[in-house]
Write a protein that binds this ligand. Structure first.
Ligand SMILES: Cc1ncc(COP(=O)(O)O)c(C=O)c1O
Length: 347
């Protein structure tokens, strides 16, 4: 294809690089923050019972039953809820709904590596805000952008920002703040109330992590009616397929099961952090389902490569802020034991 057929901004951008999804089932996969435990038994039952004949028909275009469920869960109205094909879809829709062509997109650095890519797709200005030396919160002052993606707890650094600071930021910031709570079920605190309190604040959740449904692709966002309506105007006609709507409904009907998995993962978090610290590694205080780790006696990149040779996949992000760290997803006890055994041999 001739290069000139492609938009200039698309020619120069590199695109998002997701974590590897190897087909080998014998690897220890701790690289993409998936949940190591299966989804709720209700979901297995719902899949067995699912009537494939229903797939002849288009799905409900506004995911009505699912949004009702979400609204009840958060004590808000249906008009305050939008459901998307993974939270990634919602992020992309926000860049189209809330950012003029002359506008800009802000986010902390380091944070979710999709945000700058979304700005590049829209060909709008990127306005990253550097986190502190230890990846701590930094209030952006005298700062302007059309839309700010605020991941809390943050990824890949795993840490939770102080809620009062987040609240102040939502008050001070003139554009739309989207608080990306992809990992919040693993955390001690959330900001959902801010979405229902402030007209410029959205709070987004996903079923990919705590509900063990990364393969399903369902996320949702809560916020002021005006902003939710804007997302509905620009979404694909049937952005959430019929099957996903049913399965997501079932997942949200079994919060107890989700919480029991979260509790196991939190236990693993304490155990793995302690074991790595005993090896001299620096482990940041995590409120997520992964650890942000600075190895000792070996570079982060070497550790990543050597673990990979042993079929243990963790995530490594090159770059000045992130290049000395690896991000390790919390797996099952067995997976974590294998990781620890490999790490102690490598050191
Ligand atoms: C901070 C953050 N937001 C959003 C997502 C995307 O989630 P989803 O699977 O709902 O698209 C991820 C996935 O890793 C993430 O880390």
């Amino acid at each position: 294809m001739k290069e000139s057929l492609i938009r200039k901004s698309v020619q120069v951008m590199s695109g998002y690089v997701p974590g590897e999804q190897p087909s080998d089932r014998h690897i220890v996969k701790l690289n993409t923050n998936e949940n190591p435990y299966p989804p709720s038994p209700r979901i297995f039952r719902a899949i067995r019972k699912y009537d494939a004949d229903k797939l002849r028909l288009y799905p409900n275009p506004v995911s009505m039953n699912l949004r009702c469920k979400i609204a009840k869960f958060h004590g808000c109205k249906i008009e305050n809820v939008f459901a998307g094909n993974g939270s990634d879809e919602i992020l992309a829709l926000c860049t189209r709904a809330f950012v003029e062509d002359s506008g800009s997109i802000g986010y902390f650095n380091p944070s979710y590596s999709l945000y700058p890519v979304l700005a590049e797709i829209r060909n709008v200005q990127k306005k990253p805000v550097e986190l502190g030396v230890n990846f701590e919160w930094r209030m952006p002052r005298e700062y302007k952008a059309s839309l700010f993606f605020l991941t809390n707890p943050n990824a890949p650094t795993s840490m939770l920002y102080p809620k009062e600071e987040v609240r102040k930021f939502c008050v001070l910031f003139k554009g739309v703040v989207l608080i990306d709570e992809a990992y919040v079920d693993f955390s001690k605190e959330h900001c959902m109330d801010l979405a229902l309190q402030f007209s410029n604040t959205l709070v987004m959740r996903t079923l990919s992590k705590s509900y063990s449904l990364a393969g399903l692709r369902v996320g949702y966002v809560v916020g002021a009616k005006q902003m939710i309506e804007a997302l509905f105007k620009i979404k694909d006609s049937y952005n959430l397929d019929a099957f996903s709507q049913v399965i997501a409904f079932e997942a949200l009907s079994d919060i107890k099961y989700m919480k029991s998995n979260v509790s196991k993962i939190r236990g693993t978090r304490v155990r793995l952090a302690k074991a790595l610290r005993n090896l001299g590694y620096m482990v940041y205080p995590s409120e997520t389902n992964f650890l942000w780790v600075r190895p000792s006696g070996i570079s982060a990149e070497q550790l990543f490569e050597q673990l990979k040779k042993k079929k243990i996949f963790v995530r490594y992000f090159k770059g000045p802020r992130t290049g000395n760290y690896v991000r390790i997803t919390l797996g099952t006890d067995r997976e974590v034991d294998k990781l620890l055994e490999a790490v102690s041999k490598i050191v």
